[in-house]
Ligand binder design. Structure first.
Ligand SMILES: C/C=C(\C)C(=O)SCCNC(=O)CCNC(=O)[C@H](O)C(C)(C)COP(=O)(O)OP(=O)(O)OC[C@H]1O[C@@H](n2cnc3c(N)ncnc32)[C@H](O)[C@@H]1OP(=O)(O)O
Length: 701
C-alpha cells in the first residue's frame, strides 16, 4: 500500500507501507501509481515527496512474488509516470533503497538521503538484473564504469559514497523526510527536463569497449549487455534490451536457487528443536563479556569476531609463547580489518591472560583448545569450577560429543557447541550445537550472539560431526572410493569445480590439512596402519578406504607439508602410489566420467542430509543449505544440496543412489534413506513442504 497526504500546504507526501522492508508488492505498486495520480491532479500540490514508513525507503521488488503469476501494475510504467511528472518528485531515502527501491528513486527528479542509508542494485545476487530501468538510468547518472561496478557486483554503497558518485543530491543527518519536504518546497516550479535521468546522455568514458570486454570476462554477462545498451542505444531501445535480457534470466535455475537461498538464510533464524524450544518463545540472555580459551588459529579468529561485535573479550592461553604470538596476531587482524573498512582499529576491548581464572566473570566462554576429548573434558571440569554458575560454557569442537562435555560440568543445561568455521572472523556460518540438556535460553543466547557477530547461526542437534561434517564425511569417502576405482584427484576436482565449487574435494583437503581428518579417524578406531589384504579396505563391517591415512603415513599432510593429494613441485608420486595401491588390492581401474563423480560425491552427501532431517538434527532443509553454502563452498547459485536435490528431482536422486548401491552393496550410505524414499513415494513434494512432511506427529508421510 501507499499512503497519500498533503503536508506543508503544497507538498504531496507518498509513504510506502509494506512492513518489514516496504517491498514493491502488487498492492504497493498500485498504491504508488494511484497516489502519484492524486498528487498530480491536486491543484494545491506543487511538488511531491516519496518515502517509506518506519525509517526504510524500500527493499526492492517483493521477492516472494517471483515465480508466481504477475498481478498488479508493472513497475516500469509506474516509474516512467513519476519521471514524466510535471511537478518535481523528491525521493526521501532512509534505511535502504535497494533494487526496485533504488530504481524508483532514480525515476524521481531529486534524491535526498539520510547519512545512515545504504543504496544498491543487488538483483545480480538473486540471479537477475535491475530491469526497472536500473541498467539504463544508473549509467546515465553516474557513468558506465561506476554503474557497471554496482550492477555487476550487487554491492551496496553508503549515503556518503552515493553522494560522491552522484546517485543522490544531498545527504542529511536529520530526518530525511522533513529535509526532503523543505527541499521539495524550494524546487517548486523549477524546470525538470535535465532532472529526468532517462533523458541524460551517458557521460563519456575512455575505452568503453575494453571496459565491457573486461566486465564480460567476470561473468555477469546479462548485466554487462544491458549496461552496454545504455551506453550505445537511445533510452527506449535500451529499455527494450533490458526487458529482453531480464526475460531470459527470470525463470532460470540460477535465479530460482539464489532467490531460494535469500529466504533460506533468513529462515534458519526461526529455529526449533525436537524438544519444543523455539526462536519465538526463548529469550536470549545479554552477553557483554566473553572469554575465549585457547589462542590457536581458531581462538584468535573467534577473539577478533567477538571484539568486532563490540564485546569485551578475555583471551586466555596458558602457554606463554603462544599467548605472546596470539596477542600480536590478533592486533594485526584487527588492524587489517580496520584498514579494509577504512576505519581506525577499535581501542582494546580485549584483555589477555595465561590464567583460566581470568574467565571467572565472563557471561559466556568459548573453548577453542586442541581437538582432543581428554583435554576438553579436563577444561570443562575446570571451567565449571572457575566460572560464574550462570555462565554459558561453549565448545568450538567440530565433531566431539557436546553431551559428554556437558556431563563434566555442574550446569549441563548451560553447555553448547559453537562451531565456527575458519577463518572464524570472516566465515559467515556458525553451527550452534545443542545437547540433550541444553536449555532454550542457552540456545537462544548462542544464536543471538552469532547474529551479533554478523554470522548466520544454524541450530543443530548433537551427533557425530553435527550437520556439516557428518555430510562431508560421506562426500570425502566417495571421493576416496572413486580414486580406488580409477579416478584421479585432478579428475574428481575438475568435475566438482565445473559444478561450481570454488575448490574440489582434494584441493580443499590439501588446504585444510590431511592430518586433521587422520587424527579424528584414529580416535574413532578407523585409521589403523599395517593392515594388508582384504581387511585393509574394510572397517566396522563396511567398505573403507585407507588412502587418506596412507598419505599421512607418507608425511603428505597437504599444503602445510608441501605435498598432499597434489604435489607442489613436479613429482609423479601420487599417480604411481595409486597404481601400486590398486594393484595390491586387486582393483581394476576403469574410466570414471564427470557424471559419476558428481552423482557419487553429491548424492551421497544429499542422502546424509535427508538422514539428518529424519534424525531431527536440524529443523528443515534450509538449515542444511545455509550450512553448505556458507561453510563448505557449495555454489550459492545452486541453492545448497537439498535445493539441488529438489531441482534434480527426488526420484532421480533416489534412483541413482539405488543404482550405485547395487554396484557397491558394501557402502550402506549409498542406499536411499527412509525419508528420501518416503518423500518419493508421496509424490516428491516441493522443498518448502518438506519441513511439514517430516515434522513428527503431524508427519504427512
Ligand atoms: C526485478 C527485480 C527487482 C526490481 C528487485 O528489486 S529484486 C529485490 C532487490 N532487493 C534486494 O535484494 C534486497 C533484499 N533485502 C535486503 O537486503 C534486506 O532485507 C534489507 C537490507 C532490506 C533489510 O535487512 P534487515 O533489516 O537485516 O532485514 P532482513 O534481511 O532480515 O529482512 C526482514 C524480512 O524482510 C524480508 N525481505 C527483505 N527484503 C525483501 C524483499 N525484497 N521482498 C520480500 N521480502 C523481503 C526478509 O525475508 C525478512 O523476512 P523474514 O524472512 O524474516 O520473514
Amino acid at each position: 500500500m501507499a499512503q497519500y497526504t498533503r503536508v506543508s500546504g503544497s507538498v504531496g507526501l507518498i509513504t510506502l507501507q509494506n512492513p518489514p522492508v516496504n517491498a514493491l508488492s502488487a498492492a504497493v505498486r498500485l498504491g504508488i501509481g494511484e497516489a502519484v495520480q492524486r498528487a498530480l491532479g491536486d491543484q494545491e500540490v506543487q511538488s511531491v515527496v516519496i518515502c517509506g514508513q518506519n525509517g526504510l525507503f524500500c527493499g526492492g521488488a517483493d521477492i516472494r512474488e517471483f515465480g508466481k503469476e504477475m498481478t498488479g501494475p508493472p513497475l516500469v510504467p509506474m516509474i516512467h509516470a513519476i519521471e514524466a511528472a510535471t511537478k518535481p518528485v523528491v525521493a526521501a531515502i532512509e534505511g535502504s533503497a535497494l533494487g526496485g527501491g533504488l530504481e524508483l528513486a532514480l525515476g524521481c527528479h531529486y534524491r535526498i538521503s539520510h547519512c545512515k542509508a545504504r543504496l544498491g542494485l543487488p538483483e545480480v545476487t538473486l540471479g537477475l538484473l535491475p530491469a526497472a530501468g536500473g541498467t539504463q538510468r544508473l549509467p546515465r547518472l553516474i557513468g558506465v564504469p561506476a554503474a557497471l561496478n554496482l550492477i555487476t557486483t550487487g554491492h551496496h554503497v553508503t549515503a556518503a559514497e552515493a553522494l560522491q558518485l552522484g546517485i543522490v543530491d544531498q545527504v542529511t543527518e536529520h530526518n530525511a523526510v522533513d529535509v526532503a519536504v523543505k527541499f521539495a518546497l524550494s524546487v517548486t516550479g523549477k524546470p525538470l527536463h535535465d532532472r529526468r535521468v532517462s533523458s541524460l546522455e551517458c557521460p563519456a568514458a575512455p575505452d568503453l569497449d575494453s571496459l565491457f570486454e573486461e566486465a564480460m570476462l567476470k561473468v555477469r554477462v546479462a548485466c554487462v549487455q544491458a549496461v552496454r545498451a545504455a551506453a550505445t542505444l537511445p533510452y527506449a531501445r535500451g529499455m527494450e534490451r533490458e526487458k529482453a535480457l531480464m526475460a531470459t534470466l527470470f525463470g532460470s535455475g540460477q535465479a530460482r536457487a539464489l532467490q531460494y537461498f535469500f529466504f533460506a538464510q533468513r529462515a534458519v533464524g526461526r529455529w526449533s528443536t525436537p524438544g519444543g524450544a523455539r526462536w519465538d518463545t526463548s529469550q536470549p540472555r545479554p552477553v557483554r563479556t566473553a572469554a575465549v580459551i585457547g589462542l590457536g588459529t581458531m581462538g584468535r579468529g573467534i577473539t577478533v569476531a567477538l571484539a568486532q561485535a563490540g564485546l569485551s573479550v578475555v583471551a586466555v592461553e596458558t602457554q606463554a609463547k603462544q599467548l605472546t604470538e596470539a596477542r600480536k596476531a590478533v592486533a594485526g587482524m584487527l588492524k587489517r580489518a580496520a584498514v579494509r573498512r577504512g576505519t581506525t582499529p577499535e581501542p582494546g576491548s580485549i584483555t589477555y591472560s595465561d590464567q583460566l581464572q581470568a574467565a571467572a566473570r565472563a557471561d559466556l566462554v568459548i573453548e577453542a583448545v586442541f581437538e582432543d576429548m581428554e583435554v576438553k573434558e579436563t577444561l570443562f571440569r575446570q571451567l565449571s569450577a572457575v566460572c560464574r554458575p550462570d555462565a554459558l560454557l561453549c565448545t568450538n569442537t567440530s565433531s566431539l560429543d557436546v553431551d559428554h562435555l556437558a556431563s563434566q560440568t555442574r550446569h549441563p543445561h548451560l553447555v553448547l557447541g559453537m562451531h565456527f568455521f575458519a577463518p572464524a572472523q570472516a566465515m559467515k556460518l556458525l553451527e550452534v550445537v545443542y545437547g540433550a540438556r541444553s536449555s532454550p535460553t542457552a540456545v537462544a543466547t548462542a544464536m543471538q550472539l552469532g547474529k551479533t557477530m554478523g554470522k548466520v547461526s544454524v541450530a543443530v542437534g548433537n551427533c557425530r560431526g553435527f550437520a556439516g561434517n557428518r555430510m562431508l564425511k560421506r562426500y570425502l569417502e566417495q571421493a576416496f572410493f572413486l580414486l580406488e576405482e580409477g579416478a584421479t584427484p585432478e579428475g574428481v576436482d575438475r568435475a566438482l569445480e565445473e559444478f561450481g565449487f570454488a575448490m574440489g574435494v582434494f584441493r580443499m583437503s590439501d588446504l585444510s590439512g590431511l592430518d586433521v581428518g587422520w587424527r579424528v579417524r584414529k580416535a574413532e578406531g578407523l585409521a589403523q596402519s599395517g593392515l594388508t589384504g582384504p581387511s585393509a579396505r574394510v572397517r566396522q563391517g563396511r567398505r573403507y578406504s585407507p588412502l587418506g591415512d596412507l598419505l599421512c603415513e607418507h608425511q603428505r599432510f597437504g599444503q602445510k607439508s608441501g605435498r598432499g593429494w597434489y604435489q607442489y613441485e613436479p613429482d609423479p608420486w601420487l599417480h604411481r602410489f595409486l597404481e601400486e595401491y590398486r594393484a595390491r588390492h586387486g582393483l581394476l581401474p576403469r574410466r570414471i566420467d564427470q557424471q559419476e563423480v558428481l552423482e557419487r560425491c553429491l548424492f551421497v552427501l544429499i542422502n546424509e542430509g535427508f538422514q539428518i532431517l529424519e534424525d531431527r538434527i536440524v529443523a528443515g532443509p534450509e538449515d542444511i543449505d545455509a550450512i553448505y553454502v556458507l561453510g563448505y563452498g557449495w555454489p550459492r547459485h545452486r541453492g545448497g544440496p537439498m535445493f539441488y536435490a529438489h531441482m534434480v528431482g527426488l526420484e532421480r536422486v533416489a534412483q541413482r543412489l539405488e543404482h550405485y548401491h547395487q554396484a557397491h552393496p558394501e557402502v550402506p550410505y549409498l542406499q536411499p534413506c527412509g525419508l528420501l524414499r518416503r518423500l518419493v513415494a508421496s509424490g516428491s513434494p516441493p522443498i518448502h513442504r518438506w519441513r511439514r512432511a517430516i515434522a513428527g506427529p503431524h508427519s504427512q508421510l
